[in-house]
Design a protein around this ligand. Structure first.
Ligand SMILES: [Zn+2]
Length: 156
């Protein structure tokens, strides 16, 4: 199994379990490569100072999960989604924001909602945080912050 990342990241930032590789990309950004090869990015702010790669290094992504509207979480999501065609999943308000920005492959969920993508089930769960979208010196309403639990398709 190979990583989508051109640049190798250090072993200390990767974890492998049951064929799933999880790579920390700094801050709250993670890459998950499932045992069946689905490539998932969570909160891809890749300009963070701890990021071992930048957004140019992302070559192939299937799914982008966004937890809330803050710039240090949405970060490079628009750029990566546009470049790769990955399905972007977020709470309704943030999904609508990306749709209005021209991202075509967007799916909204709400808390308690679930979707299946290939070998992965994504369930939106509660989180305690705010979720305004930083844009041009103003803050747009971004719905509520949410966690997105990704697990194998057979989980509930
Ligand atoms: Zn935040």
């Amino acid at each position: 199994m190979h990583s989508i990342l051109r640049k190798n990241v250090t072993e200390g930032r990767m974890a492998k379990k049951q064929g799933v590789t999880i790579t920390w990309l700094g801050h709250s950004a993670f890459h998950i490569l499932t045992a069946k090869g689905s490539s998932i990015l969570i909160d891809p702010w890749l300009n963070n100072p701890k990021a071992p790669v930048n957004s140019d290094s992302i070559t192939q992504v299937d799914l982008i999960l966004i937890t809330h509207g803050h710039s240090d979480h949405m970060g490079n999501a628009e750029e990566v989604a546009a470049k790769t065609g990955a399905k972007l999943v977020a709470i309704y308000e943030i999904a609508k924001y990306f749709s209005l920005k021209g991202i075509e492959n967007v799916q909204s969920l709400n808390k308690g909602g679930s979707m299946v993508f290939r070998d992965v089930r994504v369930t939106m769960v509660d989180a305690r945080h705010s979720s305004g979208i930083d844009l041009n010196n103003t803050v747009l309403p971004g719905g509520e912050a949410a966690g997105e639990r990704a697990c194998s398709i057979s989980c509930r």
